[in-house]
Design a protein. Structure first.
Length: 108
């Protein structure tokens, strides 16, 4: 059995679309609705501390368990000035990311 501790820096990117309905008032016809499909990109960076165990069950078979805690930093980009959610990157607790992993491996 081997124990390991170390830093982890990772990145992820999420893209998608959302519908934004705009209402325009025309004095002659009343309200008109304009439907727009907008795109967004969320870039996320993780800075974590990994802690894990590596079990060598047999000469060629391994089991690894790991857990990490740390912080995530989000950067949100969109086509328009969509307001950010009230909890966007506003977590008062500095540790806001966690991961857990379990893997099985065979060594040739």
């Amino acid at each position: 059995m081997t124990h390991f501790v170390g830093p982890y820096v990772g990145t992820a990117q999420f893209t998608g679309t959302y519908n934004k309905d705009e209402y325009i008032y025309d004095p002659n016809n009343g309200y008109n609705t304009i439907f727009n499909c907008k795109t967004y990109t969320l870039n996320r960076m993780y800075v974590m501390l990994d802690n894990g165990l590596l079990f060598r069950v047999t000469k060629n078979f391994n089991i690894m368990m790991l857990a990490g805690v740390g912080y995530k930093i989000d950067t949100y980009k969109t086509e328009d000035n969509l307001t950010k959610a009230s909890n966007y990157n506003n977590n008062p607790f500095p540790v806001n990311a966690f991961k857990f992993g379990l893997s099985f491996g065979y060594r040739f």
